[in-house]
Design a protein around this ligand. Structure first.
Ligand SMILES: [Zn+2]
Length: 363
């Protein structure tokens, strides 16, 4: 459970409150106890981050944006093993910019592969050097706590749990989740979309949009062969995923513990929820289905690889200096249409596809 205290809190968890609350209220005592323990661990982690109490001065210095050492941009990344503990100062450095420093395992390998692919995606396609475009050191912490059911970007680094092995598997298993969390960093350094209501759902959606493209590029999948599922390995069971961009609301149906995916695919079905932690700040992980679907439609209609056309349009809109912190879906729609015209020409097929995609999502 990701207990944000405020909507502007930078902690961004992959498991939304509508899922963790359901588990905490489960009639299965084991599941409920695990969910509550998970929440307590998240609070502990968050408290540590807020006060940096568990970090040495040297480690705190590492949290600051670092300038690239040379003019040629290159990946700046470290992977730490939390050894199932919750104290970051006790974490062991396992991998340091290409050099193995400790014992590697599946989680370490997953994070190196997807973390590298995310950096490469942003650099090769958009010339962006790390999340801040200044070569920020990307620090990943695996094996956080025991059976921890979440992954998060906490404003400066990534933390992954192993999952309980029952409802959730290993949180490093899906490259789209790693790309999703790192894209929260990109958004933070660009428009810093406010994490509530429509701007918050847009923030969530941009993370899914770029996360799914990172995965599709790693797997060399075009828009037709891709399944457009977020977190297909993280939610256990072959019928389940966390979200579907192609068909929001179908990622899990009648799951014994999670129920049915609540995401709408169109703006007329926008879910109004309170702007509070338990209301998912106005349903940021729910209403993101609407803008996710618009991206899927645009990418699918343009064909080929998603990052070749739709991805370029969405990146240009995401980094457009006129994108406001409190932007609405309509604001973002207008920006993508404007950018599609700039990149591909006014009334181009691409611009028409973007306009039609938003129409499909009823925005
Ligand atoms: Zn997120």
């Amino acid at each position: 459970m990701c207990n944000h205290r405020h909507s502007y809190d930078p902690a961004r968890c992959i498991i939304p409150p509508y899922i963790s609350n359901k588990l905490a209220g489960s009639p299965d005592k084991k599941i409920a106890a695990r969910a509550i323990k998970n929440a307590v661990e998240t609070v502990k982690l968050r408290a540590k981050r807020e006060f940096s109490g568990g970090l040495s001065d040297a480690q705190r210095a590492l949290l600051q944006p670092t300038k690239p050492k040379s003019k040629t941009a290159k990946l700046n990344m470290q992977v730490y093993d939390m050894l199932h503990g919750t104290n970051p100062s006790a974490a062991k450095l396992v991998w340091d910019n290409g050099t193995l420093k400790g014992k590697s395992d599946k989680q370490v390998t997953n994070v190196i592969a997807a973390g590298t692919a995310t950096w490469d995606f942003y650099y090769k396609l958009f010339g962006r050097n790390s999340v801040d475009n200044k070569g920020l050191l990307l620090r990943h912490f695996v094996h956080y706590s025991s059976k921890y059911n979440n992954a998060m970007w906490d404003g400066s680094e990534m933390v992954y749990g192993d999952g309980d092995g029952v409802i959730f598997g290993d949180f490093t298993a899906d490259p789209d989740i790693i790309g999703h969390e790192l894209t929260h960093g990109v958004t933070q350094y660009e428009s810093n979309l406010a994490y509530h209501n429509q701007s918050g759902a847009l923030n969530e959606s941009l993370s899914d949009v770029f996360g799914i493209m990172v995965k599709q590029r790693m797997l060399n999948q075009d828009v037709k062969t891709a399944n457009w599922l977020i977190g297909e390995n993280v939610v256990r069971g072959s019928k389940y995923a966390l979200r579907s961009m192609k068909a929001p609301g179908t990622a899990y149906v009648n799951h014994p513990q999670l129920g049915t995916d609540p995401q709408p695919a169109s703006f007329d079905k926008y879910v109004k929820l309170p702007d509070t932690s338990s209301g998912d700040y106005g349903g940021v992980h729910i209403n993101s289905g609407i803008t996710n679907f618009a991206f899927y439609k645009a990418a699918f209609d343009m064909g080929g690889f998603a990052w070749e056309k739709a991805g370029r349009v969405w990146y240009a809109a995401m980094t457009d200096k006129t994108l406001q912190q409190e932007a609405s879906f309509k604001d973002f729609r207008d920006l993508t249409i404007k950018q599609a015209g700039k990149i591909f020409g006014k009334n181009s097929l691409e611009q028409k596809a973007v306009t039609a995609a938003w129409k499909s999502a009823k925005v």
